[in-house]
Design a protein around this ligand. Sequence first.
Ligand code: MN
Length: 201
Amino acid sequence: MTEKNTHLLPQLPWPENSLEPVISAKTISFHYGRHHQAYVDNLNKFIKGTDYAKMSLEEIIIKSAGEPDHAAIFNNAAQVWNHTFYWNSLKPAGGGEPPAELAQKINESFGSTEAFRKELATAATGQFGSGWAWLILDGERLRVVKTGNADTPLIRGTKPLLTIDVWEHAYYLDHQNRRPEYVSAVIDKLLNWEFAAKNLR
Ligand code: MN
């Protein structure tokens, strides 16, 4: 019998080769098929027989955050969530201009879409070591933030709209150490603005 909250690896929202040449099918096959799968498997292993086994993924992340004894549960749960969110933040032939409602909010918060793009790129390239760059809704305002390792804006009561994974495993096979090249190509060619707009509602 499957426990109520056995966590599963979600389907990718697009074919593995469809983000090429920015992100190769080989990168996706390792990043999704090995890394994301391992976070799911480890999470299921670590929560087995604990109170966390009865919780949703979001509840696990919020309850285990800042609990030193539950760091492995937090790290794997947050990485499961962050990666699913990252796949949805990307799409083939993405980038371009945000839909009107989101564009207006971006203009209010950053001045222009171009200024937002620069701020996101600066956060993504400037994150020291492994982590994530995010567009979040914080109260009424949009902000760009970066987080280290598995850390996620979910635990601060803010609402993520988009993310870029800047762990080396996200880009090393395709761009080696050239993180800025990966980041600017993702922003210009793969960002899924419709997903961000949907999260704003
Ligand atoms: Mn990753």
